[in-house]
Design a protein around this ligand. Structure first.
Ligand code: GRF
Length: 220
């Protein structure tokens, strides 16, 4: 099996990146994390990746302020140098331009901490609490030009519990992010993932459609 060479793009602590690294330790996992790239040298996830023996790169976005496409061109050059075939955004705090989105159409995934299309953008947990929703969660989707709006690959729902604040709700969601992101990457990289237990996550589409009973002939 050829494992898809995958880069994870981060800006911060990198817990989703770490979940992807863990999943990819299994030689049967269809993706190999071949690069972790950050747009800030102080992204905490870089040290985690380096400790795991994964190549890392930093393409600072600050010097490119005002010219997002030029920053993306520099990122693209690093991705090409590492022969990358799939991209996972994992807390990568950059709005992307058509330059990168177009080149990676169908091959760039993102994880978002809400049940899209509800609560695109920032501060999702506080907004979910303010809206009074009873279910919240996370979504892995393909990246398109519209922010947080591409085709949905996987979602996990969690309850909003009495007494929740944004931190407690966010922690409950994050635990599910770590479940569905490896599952969604496996789907895209070419292997039917094992669906997680129904009480912890919902996936859409289900990797294997349930077999339906054959219709009975009936005289009614
Ligand atoms: C996660 O909540 C993810 O959904 C959002 O940014 C956060 C990144 O966290 N896009 P981490 O860096 O993966 O821990």
């Amino acid at each position: 099996m050829t494992r898809r060479r995958t880069a994870v793009l981060i800006s911060g602590r990198g817990s989703n990146m770490a979940a992807l690294l863990t999943a990819a330790r299994d030689p049967a996992y269809p993706a190999e994390i071949a690069l972790v790239l950050a747009n800030r040298a102080d992204a905490g996830g870089l040290a985690l990746a380096a400790a795991a023996g994964v190549p890392t790169a930093v393409v600072e976005s600050r010097p490119f302020r005002g010219d997002r496409a030029a920053h993306e061109a520099a990122v693209q050059a690093v991705l090409e140098a590492h022969d990358i075939g799939l991209l996972c955004l994992a807390g990568y705090m950059r709005l992307l331009t058509p330059f990168l989105v177009g080149r990676w159409a169908g091959r760039m995934l993102n994880i978002h901490p809400s049940l899209l299309p509800a609560f695109p953008g920032l501060d999702t947990h506080a907004r979910a609490l303010a809206a009074g929703v009873k279910l919240h969660g996370c979504t892995v989707h393909l990246v398109t030009e519209e922010m947080d709006a591409g085709p949905i690959l996987a979602q996990a729902a969690v309850p909003v519990l009495p007494g929740d604040d944004a931190a407690s709700l966010g922690a409950r969601v994050l635990a599910q992010e770590h479940v569905i992101y490896p599952m969604a990457l496996a789907l895209v990289a070419g292997r039917a993932a094992t669906p997680p237990a129904a009480d912890v996550a919902l996936s859409n589409p289900l990797p294997t459609p349930p077999s339906l009973p054959k219709p009975q002939s009936s005289s009614e």
